[in-house]
Design a protein around this ligand. Structure first.
Ligand code: PMP
Length: 284
């Protein structure tokens, strides 16, 4: 594996950053997790727009244009000869001193890692997964806009720990008002009476690229879609539920906090969308 850091390639074991990097010291930076399918980087343009918008929102100057970044990401994929896999693209504030002051960081650091993806076992996609609601809340929207994909994931990690302690893979995170935001690394959708619902970004959801893809696919399948406020009551009384993310793709949920979804099996709309998503990623 060849890891790209600030203009040079390093073997995995030698790929290091400074202990004074503000990404490490403060989680000061932004990132993307991107898939490679069939030799092509999936939705690279959309991921780069989100990365650059996240960076702009936190006043982080990425030291290359979006076009240069696109070429660089594609180059790192080529260098690593990866036809299917996962890209972690990270931009940190760079090396500074021990204080918070971002002006002490002369230049942002760009890190591109191309790796294999650890896929969930395929039976999860046919049987579905059980999830819980965590006590760790999504950061308040007025504290940090959820559309910023920053390196600060500590409350998501706390929620993930809670999920694992409960024997689950994922946890629903509520916002500070108690409405559903998303999961620790995935967006959440429900289906009720044949219609699709997902929380809005202003309720604390990341503007997920897989979420947008699924909303488009649902529209082509004539499934009515709504982005709106959802409570736990809505989740518990939904007919179907699934999660979306670059890593998880589309994964059915069959129980939430011990409440069975529908008949406890992935529902028909979820299965249709999962099939459409799988077709789309090879065709795109
Ligand atoms: N929410 C969070 C908190 C995430 O970290 C991610 C990405 N892993 C998602 C949702 C899904 O976003 P995307 O479909 O763009 O990967």
């Amino acid at each position: 594996m060849k890891v790209y850091i600030d203009g040079k390639y390093y073997e995995k074991e030698e790929a290091c950053i400074s202990v004074f990097d503000h990404g490490l010291l403060y989680g000061d930076g932004v990132f993307e997790g991107i898939r490679i399918y069939n030799d092509k980087v999936f939705k690279l343009g959309e991921h780069l727009v989100r990365l650059y918008q996240s960076a702009k929102a936190i006043l982080l100057n990425i030291p290359m244009t979006i076009e240069q970044m696109q070429k660089k990401v594609e180059e790192v994929v080529r260098v690593n000869k990866k036809r299917d896999g996962y890209i972690r693209l990270v931009v940190t504030r760079g090396r500074g001193d021990l204080g918070l002051d971002p002006d002490k960081c002369a230049k942002a650091s760009v890190i591109i890692i191309v790796a294999d993806i650890a896929l969930y076992p395929s039976e999860y996609y046919t049987k579905g997964i059980a999830i819980i609601t965590s006590s760790s809340r999504r950061l308040p929207v007025d504290g940090l806009d959820p559309r910023i994909k920053s390196l600060n994931y500590l409350n998501n990690i706390m929620a993930k720990i809670e999920a694992k302690q409960a024997g689950c893979l994922e946890a629903v995170m509520l916002n500070k008002e108690g409405y559903v935001a998303e999961c620790t690394g995935d967006n959440i959708f429900i289906i009720k009476a044949g219609e699709l619902y997902t929380p809005t970004t202003y309720q604390g959801a990341l503007d997920g690229i897989t979420r947008a893809t699924v909303l488009d696919l649902a529209a082509t399948l004539a499934v009515p879609c709504h982005t709106r406020t959802l409570s736990r009551y809505d989740l518990y009384n939904a007919d179907e539920c699934f999660l979306t993310g670059s890593g998880a793709e589309v994964i059915p949920v069959t129980a939430i906090d011990g409440r069975k979804m529908g008949d406890g099996k992935p529902g028909s709309v979820t299965r249709k969308l999962l099939a459409a998503f799988r077709q789309f990623i090879v065709a795109d």
